[in-house]
Design a protein around this ligand. Structure first.
Ligand SMILES: Cc1cc2nc3c(=O)[nH]c(=O)nc-3n(C[C@H](O)[C@H](O)[C@H](O)COP(=O)(O)O)c2cc1C
Length: 410
């Protein structure tokens, strides 16, 4: 196994402290201004959904098998006609270029260097065309605007930019209450104030290395990709972004998009098995089981809990998952319950903020190394050998062939 620390020659002062994805958040909290950190770390309402995302993984143990030759463990996987070095990708994260210099480009570059997928957010501050030019295998995620003509124009733009996989996020029917973000002083756009300026001055590495560097080299960032045209600036007085029409989207609209979009179509934000069935019936090529990292409906079930039920309804359509993935063992548990690939959100953007592409590469490498170790200790050499039989519910008595009810997949 390669030593991830050797991948780095980068500016984070405390690389040796980063031994797992969980080490990134406290470092990012120190590095970023409070409103920017608050935006990333925030969850809806009381944070129940975000907590249950993490806790769900603790409901399962992994069974070891010994004295099998595991000298050739491979995490390689195939999905949607592509081969990836591991079933791990980077989830779409809005405003990446506010926390990390050229955030979307950095994330796309690290993923592509690692042979992994990255989904570029539609709520981003770098034009999609630039990311597609630099990393053409990147997937693009869109939020659907309210009017059908706007949807059509946006899809034409995505097509023209050269993306071949379009991810439609469907779980943002209403604006969530991100209370921690609000209390930290975050708004989108950010409103200029003495408090905001003070936060910049208190975080000089971010101020000089990300914010001022962006403004000097590229001008004030704007929302570039929510529509076919440019949107509001990220720092602006008296501008309110309009989300009011997102609730108008329905299955009929998804069908119209399917008819317009010739590439691979992935639906993100599925939790209910009946919605999984509908998405497949409307031509989805892939599904992402997700509760938006606990940032939409607080009390939404964890994606891991719903995963086997969604997989059952999805039939041959591949199912992916995000939410709470922090360890290689989490990846293995999701795979055992039927996911073909998992995406990671917050830790990747923390890494990008702390040290650009090399830090994102470190995060991805740590996760892949942990996954490789887990597979070896479980006696599995290939991703396709990971099955519900590898899982044990901590409270369940074990018997040969016994499975946790959620693992029942037939
Ligand atoms: C700061 C932030 C911004 C996000 N922006 C988007 C977005 O623009 N589009 C989207 O589909 N999901 C977005 N998400 C949700 C992520 O894609 C993903 O579902 C979630 O972060 C996964 O959970 P994790 O952070 O626990 O890994 C965002 C999440 C965070 C934390």
């Amino acid at each position: 196994m390669s030593n991830p620390q050797t991948l780095l020659s980068a500016p984070c002062r405390r690389w040796q402290d980063i031994l797992s994805l969980q080490d990134l958040e406290p470092l990012a909290r120190q590095h970023l201004p409070a409103p920017v950190f608050g935006y990333i770390a925030s969850a809806a309402d009381s944070g129940q959904a975000m907590r249950s995302n993490a806790l769900a993984f603790e409901q399962f143990d992994l069974l070891t098998r010994v004295l099998r030759d595991v000298s050739q463990v491979s995490t390689e996987t195939q999905l949607l006609g592509q081969t990836f070095r591991a079933p791990i990708g980077i989830a779409p994260v809005g405003l990446s270029a506010l926390s990390a210099y050229r955030g979307d480009l950095v994330l796309a570059q690290a993923a592509s260097a690692h042979g992994l997928p990255m989904i570029m957010s539609g709520s981003s501050l770098i034009a999609m065309e630039e990311v597609a030019r630099q990393s053409p295998q990147t997937w693009f995620q869109a939020y659907l605007p309210g009017q059908m003509e706007q949807v059509q124009a946006l899809i034409e733009r995505v097509k023209h930019a050269g993306f071949s996989t379009l991810v439609i996020t469907v779980d943002t029917q209403a604006q969530p209450k991100l209370e921690f973000a609000r209390r930290s002083g975050f708004s989108a756009p950010l409103r200029p104030s003495v408090g905001l300026a003070m936060q910049g001055l208190l975080h000089p590495r971010w101020l000089l290395g990300t914010f001022l560097r962006t403004i000097v080299k590229h001008g004030m960032p704007h929302f570039e990709n929510n529509y076919a045209h440019r949107g509001a600036a990220i720092v602006a007085k008296n501008v309110t972004r309009d989300f009011s029409e997102r609730g108008r989207n329905d299955w009929k609209r998804l069908q119209a998009i399917r008819d317009m979009w010739p590439g691979r179509l992935v639906i993100k934000g599925i939790l209910h098995p009946d919605d999984a069935q509908l998405a497949c019936a409307h031509g989805a090529d892939g599904l992402i089981v997700s509760n938006h990292g606990g940032r939409q409906l607080d009390s939404a079930p964890s994606p891991l809990r719903m995963l086997p039920h969604v997989v059952k309804q999805a039939g041959k359509v591949p199912v992916m998952l995000d939410g709470g993935i922090r360890r290689g063992t989490d990846v293995v548990k999701a795979l055992a319950l039927g996911a073909q690939l998992v995406f990671v959100g917050r830790p990747c953007i923390y890494a990008a903020a702390l040290g650009g592409a090399p830090a994102v590469a470190l995060a991805l490498q740590l996760l892949r190394d942990e996954m490789t170790r887990a597979m070896a200790m479980m006696g599995t050499n290939h991703v396709h050998e990971i099955s519900p039989d590898c899982l044990l519910h901590p409270h369940a008595a074990w018997a040969p062939g016994a499975r946790h009810p959620l693992a029942a997949n037939e």
